[in-house]
Design a protein. Structure first.
Length: 246
């Protein structure tokens, strides 16, 4: 939980933000194969030939093979912008204006106690059908964020900067027949479904957990067999068979 505040014009709204994601992957430690001892990572200087303490380490930007520009923690701290500890709203956009590719990490926004200002901002945001764009600092890093309503919850998502997203040029289009397009549309229609994330299971992680249970019992883990796929090169035939197998 992190305390912060939303700056909405001259209105200041104290809030807390909490990450809404949790890592469900099975955690492994790296062990020495011979004795099963956990591997230790040592910060070592090859020039001085000795282990280095954290307080003796500084950040360096490489200029060339042998030269670095160094910045101390104090120098980096002095470069932070004024938005630290505050979420400053700069404007509002339509929900459809932000492509999902720009969303990075999400947080749920809440208030420690009843707040008239928060309730007003939440309801106005919901009624306007807009997304607030703001700037802030999280864990010493500067971000632009999107604040939006998701059901009854207010969600704040950090946004990637445009230069961080690399999208290649569009692939040139190949010709296809109207019948092939009609079959593709029928296949899409036959596979339409409701988005129910609670039904999606990480099959790989489930297999790992099952393998751990089996090894605890002294059993050999089962091998998951990959589904065999037919290699059909004819597009029309592939579409027709796909529709039959739905």
């Amino acid at each position: 939980m992190k305390k912060s505040s939303i700056s909405f014009g001259l209105v200041n709204i104290p809030i807390t933000i909490n990450p809404i994601l949790q890592d469900n992957d099975v955690a492994f430690n790296q062990l020495h194969k011979k004795c099963l001892t956990r591997i230790k990572y040592v910060k070592y200087c090859p020039h001085c030939k000795k282990e280095v303490k954290q307080e003796d380490i500084i950040k360096g930007y490489k200029i060339n093979e042998d030269k670095y520009i160094t910045l101390t923690s104090e120098e980096l701290k002095n470069l932070r912008v004024e938005t630290e500890g505050n979420i400053e709203i700069v404007g509002f956009v339509g929900a459809s204006e932000i492509d999902p590719v720009f969303y990075e990490k999400s947080y749920v926004v809440s208030v420690p106690s009843k707040s008239k200002a928060f309730s007003l901002f939440r309801d106005a945001l919901e009624k306007s059908k807009k997304i607030a764009i703001a700037k802030t600092i999280l864990s010493t890093k500067f971000y632009y964020v999107a604040i939006r309503m998701m059901g009854n919850n207010m969600i704040m998502s950090t946004l990637y900067f445009n230069e961080e997203i690399i999208i290649p040029d569009a692939v040139s289009s190949a010709k296809y027949t109207k019948k092939e397009l009609d079959l593709a549309m029928k296949l899409i229609d036959s596979l339409k479904m409701k988005f129910k994330p609670e039904e999606y299971v990480d099959e790989y992680q489930e297999n790992i957990k099952e393998a751990i249970k089996e090894k605890q019992k002294g059993m050999k883990p089962k091998t998951v067999k990959a589904k065999r796929k037919n290699n059909i090169k004819d597009l029309m035939q592939a579409l027709e068979l796909s529709l039959k197998n739905v």
